[in-house]
Design a protein around this ligand. Structure first.
Ligand code: PMV
Length: 326
């Protein structure tokens, strides 16, 4: 029996990935940059067994079928093909963060699945290869393979083998904390795979992509220098640019809710009062408030005072890894 367990963290992008130049291979239209979120973890065990008739999947203890199982099976096919095996698998996956809290689990999920399946299949892959492979399951999963602060480069190869993420700084580099205002746990009406597919229908996507390279290098420079003010400006600019594209694609994607906007309006005031905090938002209504850890409790207090029901806090976290035999 070929079995392995792996764990991987979710991540929050400072420079966003939105839109693909190759939808099937998940080759992005622009490079992106993110931070792994300690504590927001997926743990996945993959077991290949000739006695199984077909792939099976459980998510947080519940048997999954349909589209979720199909997506996992297609991803396992890539690994089986590479390892030269044709065995069905049992996949058991669980998140340490509340499921349905609107925290994307595809990044940590496909990163953990890739590392566990590759190890169970006996493949000995470099981190770059694991990252490029995780990318095929969910683009942002490529950034959850390396540790700390990571950059996902575009790559040039037609097969996508050099479109992977690498670490630009370890978790200890900067004690930034993601204070997440969880506004709605409702399931997204339009998932990101579909969203990437329609990004080019927005007249603003071309401009967003053209500016992404400069924003990424400004963000990288600010991050490496721990320059919060410059970091805040470019991170907010980039998030707004992505949501402008979402809102102007066909069909239009509007992820914000009233409380999302209330926080966006409050943040500049807090900053003017001397609280170093900035926002970014993924494909949902939750607001990720980034702040040096010394200010995380104050940011959380203010978010709750605005009426935010749930707040999660995550500092930078390590790379995905195989969990030693238990
Ligand atoms: O990996 P996906 O296909 O779920 O795309 C993630 C897209 C965003 O979260 C909105 C942005 C990002 O770079 O993580």
């Amino acid at each position: 029996m070929l079995t392995a367990t792996a764990e991987a963290l979710s991540n929050i992008a400072f420079i966003k990935y939105w839109g693909n130049r190759d939808q099937a291979l998940r080759l992005p239209s622009n490079p992106s940059l993110s931070m792994n979120l300690a504590g927001l973890k997926t743990v996945t065990t993959v077991t290949f067994n000739p006695e199984f008739k077909e792939d099976r999947l459980t998510l947080n203890g519940v048997v999954a079928t349909g589209a979720a199982l199909e997506r996992v099976s297609r991803h396992l096919d890539l690994i089986r093909e590479r390892a030269g095996i044709a065995l069905p698998a049992q996949v058991e996956s669980g998140n340490t963060f509340p499921s349905g809290a609107g925290i994307a689990s595809s990044a940590s999920g496909f990163a953990a699945l890739t590392v566990a399946a590759a190890s169970a299949a006996g493949l000995n892959l470099e981190p770059n290869e694991l990252s490029a492979l995780a990318r095929r399951g969910s683009g942002s999963a490529s950034r959850s393979i390396p540790g700390g602060f990571t950059e996902w480069q575009l790559g040039r190869a037609a097969d996508g083998s050099d479109s992977y993420a690498f670490s630009i700084a370890p978790p200890t580099h900067w004690d930034l904390t993601d204070v997440i205002a969880v506004i709605s746990a409702a399931h997204k009406a339009t998932g990101s795979t579909e969203g990437h597919g329609i990004a080019d229908t927005s007249p603003f996507q071309r401009a967003r992509v053209a500016g992404a390279h400069d924003r990424l290098s400004a963000c990288r420079t600010a991050l490496l220098a721990r320059d919060f003010e410059r970091f805040a400006t470019v991170v907010e600019e980039d998030a707004i640019a992505m949501h402008a594209v979402m809102m102007t694609s066909r069909p239009a994607l509007l992820y914000w809710e009233p409380l999302t906007i209330a926080i966006l309006q409050a943040l500049p005031t807090w900053r003017a009062e001397g609280l170093p905090v900035c926002f970014t938002i993924d494909a949902g209504p939750n607001v990720h408030c980034l702040t040096p850890s010394a200010h995380a409790a104050e940011v959380e207090r203010r978010l709750r005072a605005l009426g935010v029901p749930t707040v999660l806090t995550a500092p930078p976290g390590p790379a995905a890894s195989v969990v030693a035999d238990r």
